[in-house]
Design a protein around this ligand. Structure first.
Ligand SMILES: O=C(O)COc1ccc(-c2c[nH]c(CNC(=O)Nc3ncc(Sc4ccccn4)s3)n2)cc1
Length: 317
């Protein structure tokens, strides 16, 4: 099987998660300079914005980086044109089936790594030519599937021949080591990078992540067909109350209008849509992206060096 670092062109097998309206050139360049694959999140942005972000990222790093295309966006075709013209090294996709775009991106020399949440889609994108997949468990922040990482990852590994990266609930070396045990060859991390120094999200958003507990997130929008994991704040409770009353999808979407900007730009912890993974309760320190990456993989090395506990109970190797 191909090595994940060969696919991504990185020192470490780690992709930074694409956080809509948050992951732009500064975070992407910092992650790439730190040995991971930084990602520009194009979800909800214009083609011109994306082109500018790619240019700025190239000014800040000579390492590979990627662009995430969120397939619910209305301008997906324009964004695909941009990543092909700019010959972006890696493209990840989310919230849909990228099958019809894969061949064209590969013709442009792009490595395509779809984020998937079930075996059926993993098989479809592998057949369409994906270079690897990110198997994202329901623990993740933002738009989610229904299966937990612990159950999803080994089933995806058994189903496909291309490398699998695990995502959802991973924020330290233990999560990476666990992902390796499940058969993954790398990871995608989102929530922990939200508090990277280079992440431009408003301080109120970062503080909501830093003070979160294990029980601080909830999935809203299941009734709309697009479940999204967020911090359980006043807005989330209002959405859940409308869903409990089986309110129209339009009414729920109306309530959500402008709330991502309220979160990302204004840091409104009560009325903003604070997308976050369940692992936020373990994210306690704002630090440089490169330090986050170095710390996580140093922990993995310590776990593998300490093999005594990886054996039958009562025996030491
Ligand atoms: O199975 C199929 O054919 C398509 O159905 C799918 C269903 C879900 C997914 C999926 C789950 N997780 C991911 C990757 N993660 C994500 O895409 N996370 C995202 N966070 C925020 C996003 S922007 C947004 C999107 C919807 C509502 C509000 N905001 S996208 N993709 C992929 C495909």
């Amino acid at each position: 099987m191909v090595n994940v670092c060969e696919v991504l062109g990185t020192e470490y097998p780690i992709i930074q998660g694409a956080m809509a309206r948050i992951a732009e050139c500064n975070l992407a360049a910092a992650v790439s300079n730190g040995g991971g694959l930084g990602i520009i999140a194009a979800g909800g942005e214009s083609a011109d914005w994306l082109r500018e972000q790619i240019k700025k990222t190239r000014e800040m790093t000579d390492k590979p980086f990627g662009v995430n295309i969120m397939l619910l966006a209305p301008n997906v075709d324009e964004l695909i044109d941009v990543v092909c013209e700019e010959k972006v090294p890696v493209v990840t996709t989310g919230a849909g089936n990228p099958g019809k775009y894969i061949a064209r991106m590969k013709e442009c020399g792009i490595k395509v790594v779809p984020v998937i949440a079930n075996v059926a889609l993993a098989l479809r994108v592998e057949r369409a030519g994906a270079d690897a997949v990110v198997a994202e468990g329901t623990e993740a922040g933002g738009h989610i599937g229904e299966t937990a990482t612990m159950a999803l990852v080994p089933q995806i590994v058994d189903a496909v021949k291309i490398p699998v990266l695990a995502a959802g609930g991973i924020a330290d070396g233990r999560g990476i080591a666990a992902a390796y045990m499940l058969g993954a060859k790398g990871v995608q991390v989102g929530t922990r990078f939200l508090v990277a120094n280079e992440c431009i999200v408003a301080p109120g958003y970062k503080n909501a992540i830093l003070k979160a507990k294990d029980s601080s997130t909830v999935a809203t929008g299941r009734s709309t067909g697009h479940p999204v994991r967020v911090i359980k704040n006043k807005l989330a409770r209002e959405i859940l109350a409308l869903e409990k009353k089986n309110e129209d999808v339009e009414k729920i979407n109306e309530l959500c209008t402008g709330t991502l900007a309220a979160a990302v730009r204004d840091g409104d912890a009560d009325h903003g849509n604070i997308m976050s993974g369940q692992i936020a309760g373990m994210v306690k320190k704002e630090q440089p992206a490169a330090e986050i990456i170095e710390e996580m993989f140093k922990e993995v090395e310590e776990i593998y060096e300490d093999r005594n506990h990886i054996c039958r109970t009562g025996r030491s190797v």
